[in-house]
Ligand binder design. Structure first.
Ligand SMILES: O=C(O)CCC(=O)C(=O)O
Ligand SMILES: [Fe+2]
Length: 210
């Protein structure tokens, strides 16, 4: 039996006690490590994040930040690091869960998908051709901000694994293994929305401070 590689996520047992909230560890896929987490955000926090970002996405619709891209058809926006009290509170919580200082993060990204919109299969880390590889991404948390009527699952096609969005829950995974194959098994997609809409908050962590 070969032993498992060390992971960044180091929590034992079935919960993570952060400064202000107890997160539950619901399901673990061991290697590559993929964790389903419950109780990450309260309903109110989810709703506030949607409200705050709705405004900005609307305002930026005619600007360059409106993403027109084959791979990802959703709209998106980033919060500045420490932008307001709510973001600070959530960033601190995310940092405890991911076991990485928030200075390694890229700012919380909000994605909104409407029917037919999707995020095709991709890696969150950059390929060796890209310059940013010097400070590559190492881990991701995707937090679901609402319940989707139908569709919108986060799918890991290499592992035959999929997660249905549920308000306040999150999927965490990391891809900082020595074994390249394990990193590549974190290929994932946001399946097309069939009915309703989907809102997620994503935090990507880098290996070093940004
Ligand atoms: O919307 C999803 O389920 C996936 C989002 C995602 O892959 C990302 O934000 O990197
Ligand atoms: Fe992704």
């Amino acid at each position: 039996m070969d032993s498992k590689e060390a992971t960044i996520f180091n929590h034992l047992g079935n919960s993570i006690k952060t400064e202000d909230r107890e997160i539950s560890i619901l399901v673990k896929y061991e290697e590559p490590l993929i964790v389903l987490l419950g109780n990450v955000l309260s309903d109110e926090e989810c709703e506030k994040l949607i409200l705050l970002s709705k405004d900005k996405m609307n305002r930026s619709k005619i600007g360059v930040s409106r993403v027109v891209n084959e791979i990802r058809t959703s709209s998106s926006m980033f919060f500045q690091e420490r932008e307001n009290d709510l973001i600070m509170k959530i960033e601190n919580r995310i940092s405890s869960i991911m076991n990485i200082p928030i200075e390694h993060g890229e700012g919380i990204q909000i994605l909104n998908y409407t029917p037919g919109q999707e995020y095709k299969a991709h890696f969150d880390f950059f390929s060796s051709k890209e310059k940013v590889i010097k400070n590559n991404r190492i881990s991701t948390i995707i937090i679901y901000l609402n319940n989707v009527e139908s569709g919108g699952e986060t799918v890991f096609p290499e592992l035959n694994l999929s997660f249905s969005p549920k308000k306040g829950t999150a999927v965490y995974f990391e891809y900082f293994y020595n074994d390249k194959k394990k990193n590549e098994q974190t290929l994932h997609a946001g399946a097309p929305i069939v009915a309703g809409e989907k809102w997620v908050a994503t935090q990507w962590m880098r290996r070093q401070k940004r």
